[in-house]
Design a binder for this molecule. Structure first.
Ligand SMILES: Cc1cc2nc3c(=O)[nH]c(=O)nc-3n(C[C@H](O)[C@H](O)[C@H](O)COP(=O)(O)OP(=O)(O)OC[C@H]3O[C@@H](n4cnc5c(N)ncnc54)[C@H](O)[C@@H]3O)c2cc1C
Length: 288
């Protein structure tokens, strides 16, 4: 069994990984080989000690080089669920793999786009965050996909293969050519509505010609970089929309730690890196 699983490949997760490595721990870090869009998209970073006026791309390249030097590989899988079992954690990924570890560090960042009204209420009743986990439920049906990042376009194509009709609400630029059954919409939806299950995606005004503002759908997939940690981990305590931690980054779940933007403001690299380091040290102490 692994000593630790780190969820997220931003500054917090990378910092935790480097410290766990230095302490000889057996761990995996899940995320993207491109690390974090919040690093690469920064124009110029002026507030990180020791790196004056570095670009986001430059910072990202430096982190990648450091990971390679330390022989740390990012596992390119998206964590879909973390389950606290007796004295261990089971971690399931959207790629349908399962892993076990003694501890978990949540370093999954925060989503800058607010959830759609009704999204949380209909979770599991027509709202899903995972194409490969729930796509089969919508075979031959009509769905909406609200996607915030180009990086998840492969999931849209996967869903288009199953569903009869897909309305793609793309909240990013340069959408790739999509299969014929995908209709692209560029308006932000206002609400997910229905009685017991999702029935409609509601817009403030018709989102395109011949598309009603009250769009009938069987389900809504919200594809984002970050799934809210409280959705990811059952029983996790939150405070003001962030994971509640103590000064050692411990959450309310024994063996589960959290670091970086997901624990609250300020949203800054230095804070994320510092908390990632503390989380790794807390894991080392916990394992003792
Ligand atoms: C454009 C821009 C410019 C910025 N400039 C600055 C600056 O100049 N100075 C500064 O201090 N801060 C800056 N920030 C803020 C800074 O980027 C964040 O505070 C920092 O990246 C937070 O690090 P993190 O590791 O907590 O989260 P993130 O960087 O958000 O990383 C989280 C990572 O986890 C991955 N992930 C999430 N969920 C899962 C999952 N379920 N499975 C697998 N992987 C997952 C995500 O894909 C992401 O790669 C900027 C942010 C933006 C958007």
């Amino acid at each position: 069994m692994l000593d630790c699983i780190i969820v997220g490949s931003g500054p917090a997760g990378i910092s935790a990984a480097l410290t766990l490595k230095a302490n000889g721990k057996n761990f995996m870090i899940f995320g993207s080989p491109d690390l974090s869009e919040k690093i690469s998209k920064a124009e110029l970073i002026r507030n990180y000690p020791g790196l004056s006026n570095v670009t986001g791309e430059g910072f990202s390249a430096a982190l990648k080089a450091q990971l390679a030097e330390a022989k740390i590989e990012i596992k390119n899988e998206k964590v879909a669920g973390v389950y606290a079992l007796k004295e261990k954690f089971s971690v399931l990924t959207q790629e349908n793999n399962a892993y076990e570890s003694k501890t978990v560090i949540l370093a999954c960042g925060v989503e800058s786009i607010k959830p759609i009204d009704g999204e949380e209420a209909f979770l599991g009743r027509g709202v899903s965050y995972c194409a490969t986990c729930d796509g089969f439920l919508y075979k031959g049906k009509t769905i909406a996909v609200v996607c915030t990042t180009k990086r998840l376009e492969h999931e849209i194509v996967y869903l288009a293969d199953l569903a009869e009709k897909v309305y793609l609400v793309a909240l990013y630029k340069d959408v790739a050519p999509m299969p014929k059954n995908v209709t692209l919409l560029k308006k932000i939806p206002k609400q997910i509505a229905g009685e017991r299950r999702v029935e409609r995606l509601v817009f403030a005004a018709p989102p395109a010609e011949n598309i009603p503002a009250d769009l009938p759908v069987d389900g809504v997939f919200a594809l984002r970089e970050c799934i809210a940690p409280t959705v990811l981990v059952g029983g996790l305590e939150a405070e003001n929309g962030h994971v509640k931690t103590d000064k050692n980054t411990a959450t309310n779940l024994k063996g589960c730690f959290a670091a970086g933007d997901c624990t609250g403001r300020p949203y800054q690299y230095a804070k994320a890196v510092g908390e990632g380091n503390i989380a790794a040290h807390s894991v080392v102490e916990f394992l003792k």
